[in-house]
Design a protein. Structure first.
Length: 94
């Protein structure tokens, strides 16, 4: 799955490093300042996505957000303190 690099805005596969050398997982929790952050995925997950979610290398990278989507859904979840932050719509528009 691709998203935008938080620094240079290039399209990058989630959990990998961008060509600018930045690990796009380098989000910081505004509550505890932790960097163990999961991207919240919304909608009905495919069986392929659920299979990928079970792999060890993807543990803690994603959290299922459910099928009911609103205008103010959080984009990220801190795996350390459970704080939800960011805005799904803001992340998708970048």
């Amino acid at each position: 799955m691709a998203q935008r690099c938080v620094f240079c805005n290039d399209s990058v596969d989630f959990g990998t490093s961008c060509v600018c050398g930045v690990d796009i997982m380098m989000k910081t929790c505004p509550n505890c300042k932790g960097t163990n952050i999961a991207e919240i995925m919304y909608g009905y997950p495919s069986s392929e996505f659920l299979d990928e979610l079970k792999k060890d290398e993807n543990k803690g990278k994603y959290q299922l957000g459910g099928c009911c989507i609103s205008n103010d859904d959080p984009a990220f979840s801190c795996n350390d303190c459970g704080f939800l932050f960011g805005n799904r719509e803001d992340e998708e528009s970048e």
